[in-house]
Design a protein around this ligand. Structure first.
Ligand code: PLP
Length: 428
């Protein structure tokens, strides 16, 4: 095998990989259909025929429910709004604690603050990278109201254990499914296991509408509350005769007809996209199997949606740091076309555990430190597994996405393997 590109050898792949673009003719036609109708959004923030949105939104919600096997779907303008809806509908409020993961995008931990509840960080499981049930148990208190689970990178968390715990303690479970559409756990789709599942349709996701989100639930009352909070609840509860007023503060979290029309077409592509990602990720896993310093997640009773493909690195087994390994892999490969500014899509770590954010370190969300009590545990080391993933173990790549050909994936694999074969040369 030739010299490593890091040391001046030839790159394994120097021309860019194909850009990711899930949009096609059908989406253009759907947009034109809505444009020609002139009705780009049909919502009215008052109790009446248009309170629940126009025909595209209603059809999209119905089709989403059918695809995911949920009784209800509530369309919103982002996953972030959806998490807010979900927590609000579950009655989360001042004085409550919500157990969250430190290893996700910030909104998975900050959403409870919007309702003046405080986030409590449990630790993650080193295999699923989602919340560990044991760690959740250690974080329970009389104030705990809900658990916000993130199925990180597309891998469902250990839901049986988490749901058992939630039932024992009468807690709501919200699943953040932004990264895991169509992933399954024991044969059921993620997003239908807890009380509410919240999906993202932002540009970076498996399928998208530019921005957008979908909330699934089997519970009639939770669905109704989410519909209310989505669309100016306070103006609507009176006319509709709703007497429970907790969290009935309305927002405008409405998805437009244009986005819904695009989403309906995108949804038909989801299963194919996820199947392709699973096939490509498996090719990478099989190719890296001989190298004992790289480990894959064990999936047995679940399927992964591979938003990105996470792998673990063991520096003790090869005498090379994760940083050096990732640097060498990046040197071998090329970026995605049009995304050259992002560099080669191979990353180390993910996010710094979220309690390191100034918001938590300074306990400053609203005026005068409200709603923090000062007793929250946000110091470094709060979640040792997440810290270890961040500082030493986790690396990930995007060479499993559906816009790639089999040959593209093989190029990425050749790059990975070349570095693995030369690993000793990376020791310093
Ligand atoms: C796990 C997770 N949760 C929430 C979000 C927020 O999604 P949105 O941009 O739709 O608000 C994202 C977006 O990247 C995410 O990855």
């Amino acid at each position: 095998m030739s010299k490593l590109a890091l040391f001046g050898g030839e790159k394994t792949r120097s021309h860019p990989f194909p850009a990711y673009n899930t949009m096609g003719e059908a989406e253009t036609e759907a947009v034109l259909r809505v444009m020609k109708s002139g009705v780009l959004s049909r919502y009215q923030g008052s109790w009446g025929e248009d309170f629940l949105g126009g025909p595209e939104v209603l059809a999209f919600e119905k089709e989403w429910s059918t695809h995911f096997g949920s009784k209800h779907t509530v369309a919103v303008n982002s996953n972030s709004s959806g998490l807010q809806l979900a927590l609000g509908a579950c009655g989360v409020g001042y004085g409550d604690e919500v157990i969250v993961t430190p290893y996700s995008i910030c909104v998975s931990a900050t959403a409870p603050l919007v309702w003046n509840a405080t986030p409590v960080f449990a630790d993650i499981d080193p295999n699923t990278l989602g919340l560990s049930a044991d760690s959740i148990r250690r974080c329970l208190s009389p104030r705990t109201k809900a658990i916000l689970v993130v199925h990180l990178f597309g891998c469902p968390a250990d839901m049986d254990e988490i749901l058992t715990l939630a039932r024992e303690h009468k807690l709501h479970v919200i699943e953040d499914c932004a990264q895991c559409p169509d992933a399954t756990y024991k044969g059921k789709k993620a997003g239908t296991l807890g009380d509410i599942g919240v999906f993202s349709l932002n540009y970076h996701k498996h399928i998208h509408t530019g921005e957008g989100g979908m909330c699934t639930t089997n519970d009639d009352a939770l669905a109704r509350k989410m519909q209310l909070i989505r669309n100016h609840a306070e103006a609507v509860v009176g006319p509709m005769g709703e007497t429970e007023l907790t969290n009935m503060i309305g927002y405008n979290f409405r998805l437009t007809e244009l986005q819904a029309a695009i989403g309906r077409v995108q949804l038909t592509k989801l299963a194919g996209e996820v199947a392709t990602r699973q096939k490509y990720a498996k090719a990478v896993i099989d190719a890296l199997e001989p190298y004992d310093f790289i480990q894959s997640q064990k999936l047995h009773d679940r399927t992964h949606a591979y938003y990105t493909h996470p792998l673990l690195f063991d520096a003790n087994r090869c005498g090379v740091s994760r940083e050096r390994f990732v640097e060498a892999v990046r040197a071998e490969l090329a970026p995605f076309a049009g995304l050259e500014h992002e560099g080669v899509p191979v990353n180390q770590a993910y996010v710094k555990p979220l309690y390191h954010l100034p918001l938590f370190q300074k306990r400053m969300a609203y005026k005068d430190g409200f709603p923090f009590t000062g007793k929250e545990k946000y110091e470094a080391g709060t979640s040792p597994v997440a810290e270890e993933m961040h500082s030493r173990r986790l690396w990930s790549h995007k060479f499993a996405i559906g816009s790639l050909s089999e040959d593209d994936v093989q190029d990425a694999i050749r790059g990975f393997r070349k570095v693995c074969e030369h690993i000793k040369e990376l020791r310093v």
